[in-house]
Write a protein that binds this ligand. Structure first.
Ligand code: NOJ
Length: 745
C-alpha cells in the first residue's frame, strides 16, 4: 500500500520489508495457492461451494466470510496456518455495518449528526468488538450517494450529498482502521459499492445504472476518493451494470480511476457472487470468461463465486493469463495480512469478546451517537420537550416496542438484540407515571424479503387477519383515549429498508397513517417518533401533528436516546442528510439541481408537475432545536480571488433562545456561469457547534480550489473557472444569508 497516499501507519514493517516478505512468499507458493489467495470462501449454508476446510487445507482460500463464530475462526485458522502448504493466515470478513454487539445508529442516521466524530467513535467500538470476536475485515463503509429514497439501501449510506458523504466516509475509515492497521483493536475497512449502485433505475435494487462521467466524478466518486485518502485498505466492486459494464468487470473504474488516478494500493473484492453473475447479467460468455474479465479488470478477490479457483489454471494454460497478472492481484492481499500482523498473531483469544462487549463505554457511545443523530422535524407551539411530571402517557404504534426496528438492518449473523426500545426508554424516564402501550395493527412488507428467513432464521408469522388488525386498531384508540399525552412510534420495520428492500411509495406502510389520524382526532396532544431507514412522505403528519422526531434506526440505546430528547435531557441538533420527498414518485429529488430556463419565481415559471409540487417536504440539511439560532455577519476575506487561491468565509452564529443547543453552520456555493452549468447550490463546508443561550460563535470556512473546481463535460477534465459565485451560509440548504465571490485569472 502506498504509505504516502494512505496516511496509514506501518508499525510492523516498512513498505520495503513488506514487499520483501511478499516476494519471498510468492516464491514458495504454487500457482494454485496464489489463486487461492484470491478466493473468498462462504462460511454460511446459503453459500454453495466446496467445503471450507478442504479449500483452506490445500491453500485454496485467502479469506472466509459469512461466519461469526470465534471458536470456528480459530479452528479454520489453525488449518490455514498449520496444514496448508505455505501456512498463510486467513482474513475473516463480515458485514459489521453499524456495530457488532453494541449497535449504533444506521449509517444514514449517523450522517444526520453532521458530526464526523459520531461515525468515527462508533466504528472504533464496532471494530474493537468485531476484532475481539475474531473478525479482521468489515464490508463497510458503504459510500453510495443516493438521491432516490425508494432505494432500500439508502439506509446504509450518508445520503444525497458528495461533500457530506466524503466527510462521513473518511470518518468511518478512521474509526474502523485507526492509523495503525497492526493494532489488534482495529479492522480493515472496505469502501463499497464501487461505484454508482445508489443510482439504480427507479430505485430498484440491483437494476442497471447509467451515469455520465460528470455525475460520476462530481457526485458519486468523491466519498470513495476520500476513503482512499483516509487510507482505506480494501474496496468492494458493486453488483450492477454501470453504463452497460458490470462494476466487477469494469477496468475503467478499477484500474484507471482507482489505481492509476487515486494511487490505491490495497485490494478489491467483488460483491457476493458478482464475478459469476456477469454470466447471468449477459456480459460474460461463461464462468471462465467471467473470471478472465474480473482479473483483467483488476478485481483481486472473488467473493464466493469460485470462478477464480475454477478457471485460472486453465486460463494460464491457454495462454490467456500470465502468472505475473495473478501475482499482481495477490500481492496487496499478502501485504495487508503481513501489515496486520496476522503471520505473528493469527489466532483470537476466545475469552476476549465477553470482556470487550461488557465495557460500559460502548453503550454510552451508542447512546451519545443516537442522541446526536436524531432530527427534530416539527415542534409547533413548543410541545417538546415534554414534562417529566406527566402521569398518564400512552405509547402507540407497531414499532414502539420493536427491538428489530430500533436496531435496524444489517445485524451480524447470530446477533441477539440487547436493545432498549422506545417504550422501554420512556418507561425508564418516567418511573412514577403510568405508561400504557398498544401496538395497533401490525405492519409488514407486501412481498417478503429473503433476508427475513436467512438472516434471522425466522419463520414468517402468519399475517394478522383483517378482523385481528381492526381489533388492534380499536385497542390502540382505547389506550390513547385513556391517556393525557400520546406518543406514536411509526415508520418502517428493519427489513423494509436495506438490501432488496426498495419500494415505490414512501408513505407510512399499512394502516399507520389511518391510526395516526384517528388518534389525533381524539384531541390529545400527540408526538410522533419516526423509526425508519429512509425518508418518508409524512405529508399529513407534517401539517397536523405538532411534534415530529426523526429517530431513524437508532441502535442499542435508541429507546433511551429518544426519551432523552422527548423529555428535554438532550436538545436535538441533527440535520437531514437527504431531502424528504412528498411522494415516492417525485424521486429522484435532491437539492443540488441545476437551474432551468424556468426557475421557480420567474415570470414564466411552469410547475414541474401539475398534480402537486415536487418541492421537498423537508429540505436537505434541515433540522430544528429546542432553542433558536441566528446567522449574521457573513464575510468573505476577499471579494476577488485568483483561480487556484483560497478565501475564508466567516459567519456569526448566535443562540437566540433560552436553552443550550447545537446548530450546524452550512456553507453552500453556486457558480453563476462557466464552462459547464453547475448546481444551484452545493454544500462546501459545515460545522456543528454548541452554543449557550445568548452565546455567539464565529465559524470559519475555507473556500479554495478543492471546493471550487469540478469535472467538466465540456473540458473533459477537472477545471476551475474564472467566474462568479453566490455564497450562502445558514442552517439548511435554503439558507438566505448571502455573499458574492469573484474568481479571476
Ligand atoms: C451483498 C451486499 O451487496 C454487500 O453489501 C455485502 O457486503 C455482501 N453481500 C457480503 O455480505
Amino acid at each position: 500500500m502506498n504509505k504516502k497516499r494512505t496516511g496509514m501507519k506501518m508499525s510492523i514493517s516498512s513498505d520495503k520489508e513488506v514487499a520483501k516478505r511478499v516476494k519471498a512468499l510468492l516464491k514458495k507458493m504454487s500457482l494454485e495457492e496464489k489463486i487461492g489467495q484470491l478466493n473468498q470462501v462462504g462460511g454460511a449454508d446459503f453459500a454453495p461451494g466446496p467445503k471450507a476446510e478442504d479449500q483452506i487445507r490445500k491453500g485454496g482460500a485467502g479469506s472466509v466470510l459469512w461466519l461469526n463464530d470465534t471458536k470456528r475462526f480459530n479452528e479454520l485458522q489453525k488449518i490455514a496456518v498449520e496444514e496448508s502448504p505455505s501456512g498463510i493466515p486467513l482474513l475473516f470478513a463480515l458485514d459489521v455495518i453499524h456495530g457488532y454487539h453494541t449497535i449504533f445508529p444506521v449509517p444514514l442516521a449517523m450522517a444526520s449528526s453532521w458530526d464526523p466524530n459520531v461515525p468515527e467513535k462508533s466504528q472504533t467500538v464496532a471494530a474493537k468488538e468485531a476484532r475481539a470476536a475474531g473478525l479482521h475485515w468489515t464490508f463497510g463503509p458503504m459510500l453510495d450517494i443516493c438521491r432516490d429514497a425508494r432505494w432500500g439501501r439508502i439506509v446504509e449510506g450518508a445520503g444525497e450529498d458528495p461533500y457530506l458523504g466524503a466527510a462521513m466516509a473518511a470518518a468511518q475509515v478512521r474509526g474502523f482502521q485507526g492509523n495503525d492497521i497492526s493494532n489488534p483493536e482495529r479492522m480493515l475497512a472496505c469502501a463499497k459499492h464501487f461505484a454508482g449502485y445508489g443510482y439504480s433505475d427507479g430505485g430498484r435494487d440491483y437494476d442497471p445504472v447509467y451515469l455520465s462521467e460528470t455525475q460520476l466524478r462530481n457526485i458519486v466518486l468523491p466519498p470513495f476518493k476520500a476513503a482512499v485518502k483516509a487510507g482505506v485498505a480494501t474496496f468492494m466492486s458493486a453488483y450492477m451494470d454501470l453504463n452497460d459494464v458490470p462494476a466487477s468487470g469494469n477496468r475503467w473504474l478499477l484500474r484507471q480511476v482507482l489505481r492509476k488516478e487515486w494511487g490505491f494500493g490495497g485490494f478489491v473484492v467483488s460483491d457476493a457472487f458478482a464475478v459469476a453473475n456477469m454470466v447471468i447479467q449477459g456480459h460474460a460468455r461463461d464462468r471462465l470468461d467471467a473470471a478472465l474479465r474480473g482479473i483483467k479488470a483488476g478485481l483481486n478477490m472473488d467473493m464466493s463465486s469460485y470462478t477464480y479457483t475454477e478457471g485460472m489454471v486453465k486460463l494460464v494454460k491457454n495462454g490467456l493469463l500470465k502468472v505475473s497478472e495473478i501475482e499482481e492481484l495477490v500481492r496487496p492481499i499478502l501485504a495487508l495480512k503481513i501489515k496486520m500482523g496476522l503471520f505473528e498473531n493469527p489466532y483470537v483469544d476466545e475469552g476476549l469478546l465477553e470482556k470487550v462487549i461488557a465495557l460500559p463505554e460502548h453503550r454510552q457511545i451508542s447512546r451519545w451517537s443516537a442522541q446526536r443523530s436524531m432530527v427534530l422535524l416539527r415542534n409547533e407551539g413548543g410541545l417538546l420537550p415534554l414534562s417529566k411530571d406527566l402521569k398518564n402517557v400512552a405509547v402507540i404504534g407497531p414499532l414502539a416496542d420493536s427491538m428489530e426496528a430500533t436496531e435496524g438492518s444489517w445485524m451480524v449473523f447470530g446477533h441477539k438484540p440487547a436493545v432498549v426500545t422506545v417504550l422501554q426508554g420512556i418507561r425508564a424516564k418516567l418511573p412514577g407515571a403510568q405508561v400504557t402501550y398498544s401496538p395497533g395493527p401490525e405492519i409488514r412488507r407486501d412481498i417478503p424479503s429473503w433476508f427475513e428467513s436467512m438472516m434471522a432464521g425466522e419463520v414468517r408469522k402468519p399475517a394478522q387477519s383483517p378482523e385481528e388488525a381492526e381489533a388492534a386498531f380499536q385497542a390502540a384508540l382505547e389506550t390513547a383515549r385513556a391517556a393525557d399525552q400520546v406518543i406514536m412510534v411509526l415508520g418502517e420495520t428493519d427489513l423494509m429498508a436495506g438490501e432488496a428492500a426498495s419500494r415505490a411509495s414512501l408513505d407510512l406502510p399499512g394502516r399507520q397513517e389511518e391510526l395516526l389520524k384517528a388518534v389525533a382526532a381524539l384531541g390529545k396532544p400527540v408526538v410522533l417518533v419516526l423509526l425508519n431507514g429512509r425518508p418518508l412522505s409524512v405529508n399529513w403528519a407534517a401539517e397536523h401533528i405538532p411534534a415530529i422526531l426523526e429517530a431513524w434506526e437508532p441502535g442499542t440505546e435508541g429507546g433511551h436516546a429518544v426519551a432523552d430528547i422527548l423529555f428535554g435531557d438532550v436538545n436535538p441538533g441533527g440535520k437531514l442528510p437527504v431531502s424528504f420527498p412528498r411522494k415516492g414518485s417525485h424521486a429522484p429529488l435532491y437539492y443540488a439541481r441545476n437551474l432551468t430556463h424556468s426557475p421557480e419565481g420567474s415570470p414564466m415559471y411552469n410547475p414541474r408537475y401539475w398534480d402537486g409540487l415536487p418541492v421537498p417536504l423537508y429540505p436537505f440539511g434541515y433540522g430544528l432545536s429546542y432553542t433558536t439560532f441566528e446567522f449574521s455577519n457573513l464575510k468573505v476575506s476577499k471579494s476577488k480571488v485568483k483561480v487556484g487561491k483560497s478565501v475564508t468565509v466567516s459567519v456569526d452564529v448566535t443562540n437566540t433562545g433560552k436553552v443550550t443547543g447545537d446548530e450546524v453552520a452550512q456553507l453552500y456555493i453556486h457558480q453563476k456561469w462557466g464552462t459547464d452549468t453547475r448546481p444551484m447550490r452545493e454544500l462546501k463546508g459545515f460545522e456543528r457547534i454548541t452554543l449557550q443561550p445568548r452565546e455567539t460563535k464565529k465559524v470559519t470556512f475555507r473556500l479554495g480550489p478543492d471546493e471550487l473546481q469540478y469535472w467538466s463535460t465540456n473540458a473533459g477534465k477537472w477545471i476551475q473557472d474564472a467566474t462568479e459565485f453566490d455564497i450562502w451560509v445558514g442552517a439548511d440548504s435554503t439558507a438566505t444569508l448571502h455573499a458574492d465571490l469573484k474568481v479571476v485569472n
